[in-house]
Design a protein around this ligand. Sequence first.
Ligand SMILES: [Zn+2]
Length: 250
Amino acid sequence: MKQWREKNKGHVLAYRFANKERKQVKDKLWKKANPDKIKATAKRHREKHKEGISERRIKYYYDNRSAELKHAKEYRDNNHDKVLSGMKSWREENKERIAEYNRSYRQANKEKLQEDFKKWREANPEKSKLIKKAWRENNLERDKENGKRWRGSNPDACRANWGVRRARKVSATVEKFSPREVYERDGWICQLCKKPVDKRLKHPDPLSPSLDHIIPLALGGEHSKKNAHLAHLQCNLRAHTGGIKQTRLF
Ligand SMILES: [Zn+2]
């Protein structure tokens, strides 16, 4: 049969050409009836020509890059929800892989990322402050530890700082009083935000009571009941970073 076909190639081709449509219909029917065979054949073919196929694919992709990109974009636009949910489930299935990727990326680009972050902080001081504050409020324990560690490794700076504050307080003190007297006087209402302060909360809870100097000691204010009032710790800190204007003067 094979030999016969070889010998009569011309006839065979002519016949095939003349019966092209019939053959196509026949093939289609056969394919429909034998999906598994088709799949198996395709698989065998792919495995046999693996490299050639991937090379051709890559080459095709690069030759038709803009068309391919456009096509992909069109697909994404037309199948927005499908693509999103597909991405979501992919991420969920590959959590480990993604985490590992991110980890190694951060490690490999540590300096660059630090540099970028520093630049961003310098360009966005307000946002950066807010982020820092939010982090502190959500990580009170860790913040405390960090502070301790910093003080531990910077004893001189720390002493100097504390010394300045203490010296200021001493020289500014015109009377002795306990903060509690001031808190009672102010009726446990924060004098900055005018909301109640919970007396059970302790420093460094952001909502704990704190003594705020109306004219800061650093600006020559005195450490007196007159120059002090009750404020939530967070309102106090915010006031000192420029959030609230301190205008109440006796
Ligand atoms: Zn307040």
